[in-house]
Design a protein around this ligand. Structure first.
Ligand SMILES: Cc1ncc(COP(=O)(O)O)c(C=O)c1O
Length: 322
């Protein structure tokens, strides 16, 4: 496995807090927030973007490319500019493009392509190979770095909490973030530094994610959705997909953890994002507030008052426009 010297360590060391006001407001017990929105460009993607940019440079590439709903594009273009690479960022043309201005200001070339997110990933895969660009899209030959980058979230949670939580709620799109975090927990467990694995709660957008769909159907093998059923919105863009690039890994992780998967509506995501903001002054991206909605629903159904860590993966516009 590739080694990174200390100054090339992935970003992170994000805040971890006990959400006491949220607990009081929603009558919950022991809820914690791991706030990935505190990363430089506002999401967990920074943890992997820096690794990709550094690998691209090391391999002699001059341009790094990717397909994105927006957050990853903001992150890759930021680190590309920081380390002197050109970046090409492609988005589905029907997406909301809330982060396009920022991506352009980072010096990236922005391409809008017809079709779904997965079509954009596949088109960019071809373009990267034709133009000798480094491909940092999900599911690329470089995606080992994604798992490596996200594992660190698990190490930080255990060091900040002091042990492994009973529940860990993570929003899923491609399932990469969840898989990487769980890998970190498994490594610690195998190493003997924790004595249990958290039960994962995977949250995603209603009827728009193959990981949640497959888990609900009790499938051991991930099943793609019919693209025509997807209803993209500015709220669910980070999570919606008909094919999850790391879906099988994420599904395996949910089963191995004896965990759960839950669909959450746009309205609930917005409502829980506001609740987190009003109670804890943490500006959670609505898609990532799906974790709270899912955890509340699952744990109250089981009448379980154990501790739960929510991985809040992004901050909302309130912060990104400041
Ligand atoms: C803020 C945010 N949270 C969660 C996700 C979903 O992560 P993954 O695709 O790794 O499952 C994304 C994906 O773009 C995202 O931007």
């Amino acid at each position: 496995m590739e080694e990174f010297c200390e100054e090339e360590e992935p970003p992170g060391s994000t805040p971890f807090l006990r959400a006491v006001n949220l607990e009081r407001n929603l009558r919950l017990k022991k809820f914690f927030i791991k706030f990935e929105g505190a990363n430089a460009t506002g999401s967990q993607k920074d943890r992997i973007s820096k690794l990709h940019v550094l690998r691209a440079k090391k391999l002699g590439y001059r341009t790094i490319s990717l397909a994105t709903c927006g957050n990853y594009g903001a992150s890759i273009s930021y680190y590309a500019r920081l380390y002197g690479l050109d970046s090409v960022v492609a988005m589905p043309q029907d997406y909301s493009h809330e982060r396009s201005l920022e991506i352009i200001q980072n010096g990236a070339s922005v391409i809008e392509l017809p079709g779904k997110y997965e079509d954009t990933v596949s088109a960019m895969r071809d373009m990267a190979s034709d133009n000798a660009w480094y491909d940092s899209s999900p599911g690329s030959s470089n995606s080992d770095l994604d798992i490596m980058g996200y594992e660190k979230i698990a190490y930080e949670i255990v060091s900040q909490l002091g042990h492994s939580p009973k529940y860990l709620a993570v929003p899923v799109g491609n399932g990469t973030t969840l898989s990487g975090i769980f890998n970190g927990f498994v490594k610690m467990y195998n190493h003997g530094s924790i004595d249990s694995l958290p039960a994962l709660i995977a949250s995603s957008t209603a009827n728009g994610n193959p990981i949640v769909h497959s888990w609900k159907k009790h499938n051991k093998k991930i099943v793609d959705l019919n693209p025509s059923v997807l209803r993209e919105s500015s709220i669910n863009e980070p999570l919606i997909s008909y094919k999850a690039f790391d879906g099988q890994m994420a599904l395996n992780a949910i089963y191995k953890s004896r965990g759960y998967a839950e669909y959450v509506s746009d309205e609930e995501m917005v409502m829980y994002s506001r609740t987190i903001e009003q109670t804890e002054n943490v500006h959670a991206l609505p898609a990532s507030a799906s974790t709270l909605a899912a955890a509340v629903r699952i744990m109250s159904r089981k009448n379980d008052e154990s501790e739960c860590v929510l991985v809040i993966t992004g901050r909302n516009k309130l912060w990104t426009t400041q």
